[in-house]
Design a protein around this ligand. Sequence first.
Ligand SMILES: *Cc1c(COP(=O)(O)O)cnc(C)c1O
Length: 376
Amino acid sequence: MLTMTKLYLSSPHMCGLEQTYVQDAFDTNWIAPLGPHVDGFEQAIESYLGHSTHVAVLSSGTASIHLALQLLGVGQGDEVLCQSFTFSASANPIIYQGATPVFIDSETETWNMSPELLEQAIQDRIKNYKKPKAIIAVHLYGMPYKAKEIHAIAKAYNIPVIEDSAEALGSTYFEQPCGTLADLGILSFNGNKIITTSGGGALVTKSTAQKNKAVFLATQARDHASHYEHSSIGYNYRMSNVLAGIGRGQMTVLDERVQARRANYDFYKTHLSGFESIQFLDEPKGFYSNRWLSCIVTASYEQRERIRLALLEDDIESRPLWKPMHLQPVFKDAISFSNGVSEHLFNQGLCLPSGSNLTQHDLERVLQIITNTLSL
Ligand SMILES: *Cc1c(COP(=O)(O)O)cnc(C)c1O
């Protein structure tokens, strides 16, 4: 009997070069949250993103959002508008800062922040004497949000935007890389992301001054002195030189990883679009997704669960789409502007195995189970 290996939603995919860099960190004894790989990884990201970005690599994407809020001066009592349809790490740092999240639902073309609801929310909060201090918009599953519309509104009301590009490294919006579109961008290199350092993140800024401020805060906010002198509160958020070595290796194959993930999506779409009940999220013109996760939307909650459980039965991991923040128990008291779009996606959507290391055989195995379930 053929033994079937477990298939994961999105597993790490090393190229081999990572170990060379990690070995170098050991050989040179740079086992610290600074060193040549930290600098080299930052340079590799900066040259990949272009657009005069200045990048600080940090311990996680979550830490990067936290420092982005710090740089924008978000603090106690401030309100921050945040996309509701996302992973909780987009919103948690708002709470770390003693600020209050206000959640904004999605539109149907990209599944990201609805410009209409964003403007409604801004006007409502201003009427309540609570002009929002920042906006956190997300390129969910790698699909760029409607940046032109969102940024025009943000500009009209003079509110800075943090671009949560944790899932969208390698995606572009009218040819410009995601992560570089807004005032500040963040990336994640967690184990399940398109490239990984096992854990890690980056803050993408537009100036050396902003980058230096982020690095200062991330390394315990130490003032210039021979002793340890502090005039502000710092964090221990810098990336390890060992992990940055993994990142340098991963950067050499980023474009291949994007191609592989996009090919997964194309495979599913080609073979499942014959089923009327299964919907896909196409790219609007000018939007280029890294297809971090391939997602389908089924005809009903029951059908979604039938597919999910059939896959699970065969040791294949799949997962409902993100549960919106405005429906999370922890944010039950938060103000939200909703239209039902993200709730529908949560109820009927499913993320399929999407790793860049899936084989043709793996994909066919997933497809077979889904088509069997749909043909019942
Ligand atoms: C993964 C992720 C984060 C957080 O990144 P970590 O590196 O895991 O802290 C933030 N936002 C989104 C949308 C993510 O998917």
